[in-house]
Write a new protein. Structure first.
Length: 143
């Protein structure tokens, strides 16, 4: 399905810097985790201050992705995830997105197994390091 396309680059860091006007590394910035508990983001000062610079949900490729985190210095830079566990062989996508440019910067695609048994519920990754790799890619891509 995604052989050779586990990582899809839409903008290189250099292209993103040129388009965005950001000339510095994001190495010294943090990714603020977006709370999934309904109503919690509306109570956190960071999310109140930056409302409108991020979207809690976005559609990419016909799938609803949910906000994972927002960059502390550039809150229009967002990380999203989509988890498809409707079949035994599911897939997840992790996206680094620029709201200001309205462009995907990079996407990580992961295939996982979602067994449907009463004894086990959860995900068995086809690549045991994939979640770590996806997180590191999103967190460090613009360094």
């Amino acid at each position: 399905m995604w052989e050779g396309k586990e990582i899809e680059v839409f903008l290189t860091p250099e292209e993103w810097r040129k388009l965005s006007g950001v000339n510095e590394s994001l190495k010294d910035t943090e990714w603020i985790h977006y709370p999934i508990t309904e109503g919690k983001a509306e109570k956190e000062p960071f999310f109140i201050k930056n409302k409108g610079l991020y979207q809690p949900e976005m559609n990419f490729n016909g799938n609803k992705h949910f906000l994972i985190s927002v960059n502390s210095k550039y809150p229009y830079l967002n990380q999203y995830t989509y988890i498809n566990n409707t079949n035994m062989f599911g897939y997840n996508t992790f996206i680094l997105y620029d709201q200001k440019l309205q462009k995907i910067i990079v996407q990580y695609n992961e295939i996982g197994v979602y067994p449907k048994t009463p004894f086990f519920s959860g995900r068995i990754p086809c690549n045991e390091n994939s979640i770590t790799e996806a997180g590191e890619l999103r967190d460090t891509y613009l360094h």
